[in-house]
Design a protein. Structure first.
Length: 226
């Protein structure tokens, strides 16, 4: 063990663990960046044996943890890519016993999931800002800019007298089709921002579902001795 993970005042669980009655207001939103679950321990497996089987997860570079009889808290800083829990920053694992046997409960937070959740909102805001700028610019300003550009493009610079002497052909005016294509482009289009928002939203949904299932499967396999 190297160091001790941050704990809540008056308890051994990190700040992301909800109140025991489950009515904490944070519980309404912390699912965004928190992965939680519970796994039934194999019959006859003690807490000491369970944590011994999960021990390899917490001996990766950049991982600090502290273990007691029935709980383990951890934190990660600059984890390596090979770390199977690199997406998580802090967490707690606790073994609880009741009439039905022992259960491993875990809560783990991820800044990466939070970033992927907030990124689409940021890009949508950018898109709305672009639309607002376009509305403020107004069609008159845009039309004036287009006329200036057209005038510059329509101007054909005369050939230098040396080029004329050598028989170089006169430069051609820009084709109308090319001008129409350029005119059709909207310089205040929010499309790119919305595309990035959609990509990050998809990334969050896939990551949130996939990471939840992956860590549960890995814990189950280790507890079963696999």
């Amino acid at each position: 063990m190297s160091g001790q993970a941050p704990t809540m005042p008056g308890g051994d669980a990190p700040a992301m663990v909800p109140d025991s009655d489950g009515r904490s207001w944070m519980r309404l939103i912390d699912w965004i960046w928190t992965v939680r679950g519970d796994i039934n321990l194999p019959e006859g497996l003690s807490a000491e044996q369970a944590f011994a089987r999960l021990d390899p997860f917490f001996h990766e570079p950049g991982t600090r943890f502290d273990r007691s009889d029935d709980s383990l808290t951890f934190s990660k800083k600059d984890p390596v890519a090979q770390d199977k829990m690199s997406i998580y920053d802090t967490g707690v694992l606790r073994i609880e016993r009741d009439g039905g046997g022992a259960v491993l409960r875990y809560w783990m937070t991820s800044k990466s999931l939070l970033f992927c959740f907030l990124a689409p909102l940021l890009f949508v805001a950018f898109g709305q800002l672009i639309v607002g700028v376009g509305l403020l610019a107004g069609p008159g300003t845009e039309q004036a800019d287009k006329k200036k550009d057209e005038k510059k493009k329509d101007e054909v610079r005369p050939l230098h007298w040396i080029d004329q002497a050598l028989g170089a052909p006169e430069p051609e005016k820009p084709k109308k089709d090319d001008k129409d294509k350029k005119e059709g482009k909207n310089q205040f289009s929010p499309t790119s921002a919305y595309v990035f928002a959609g990509l990050f939203a998809l990334l969050y949904i896939i990551g949130r579902i996939l990471e939840d299932r992956l860590i549960r499967r890995r814990f189950q396999r280790s507890l079963a001795g696999g």
